[in-house]
Design a protein. Structure first.
Length: 135
C-alpha cells in the first residue's frame, strides 16, 4: 500500500515514528514535505539521510506569528495524480487537506486527518466541559 503522509516539515522527534511506519510490512511510505524548516524551530532535517522516502513539494508560506505558518502547495494536486497513493494522511485540517479533498474524492482515495490538538481541545472551557460532560 502506497501511503502519503503530508507534513509541513519533518521534525526530528517524528523520524522514529515515520521510520517504524516505513518498516511495516506492506507499507510504502512517502512523507510529503512542504518546507525545509518551520518558523520558531531551529532544526533543519537532511531529507536524504532519513530511512524513508521524502517528496518535497513547492509551497507558499504565510507566517502568522513566531511559531505559526500556513502552507499552500499548488503542485500538491499534480503530485497526487502523478504518484497515486492508496492512502493519504494529512497533518491537521490544513490548506493541503482542502487542496486534495476533491481529487481524493474523485479517485476514491481514503484519507485520514491527523491532529494533535485544537484550540478547542486545549482551551480551559474544554477542560471545564470534560469535568461536567452533561452540560
Amino acid at each position: 500500500m502506497r501511503v502519503w503522509l503530508i507534513q509541513p516539515a519533518i521534525a526530528p522527534y517524528r523520524i522514529p515514528l515515520f521510520s517504524a511506519i516505513a518498516r511495516a510490512p506492506g507499507i510504502d511510505l512517502t512523507v510529503v514535505v512542504q518546507a525545509g524548516r518551520l518558523a520558531g524551530h531551529p532544526w533543519v532535517i537532511d531529507t536524504t539521510s532519513v530511512p524513508f522516502k521524502v517528496l518535497q513539494v513547492r509551497s507558499l508560506a504565510w507566517r502568522q506569528d513566531f511559531e505559526r505558518e500556513v502552507f499552500v502547495s499548488p503542485t500538491l494536486v499534480h503530485e497526487f495524480f502523478r504518484h497515486r497513493p492508496d492512502l493519504v494522511i494529512c497533518s491537521g485540517f490544513t490548506a493541503s487537506t482542502l487542496l486534495l479533498y476533491l481529487p481524493m474524492r474523485a479517485t476514491r482515495t481514503p484519507y485520514l486527518i491527523r491532529s494533535e490538538g485544537t484550540p478547542w481541545t486545549r482551551s480551559r472551557s474544554r477542560q471545564w466541559r470534560t469535568r461536567w460532560p452533561s452540560l
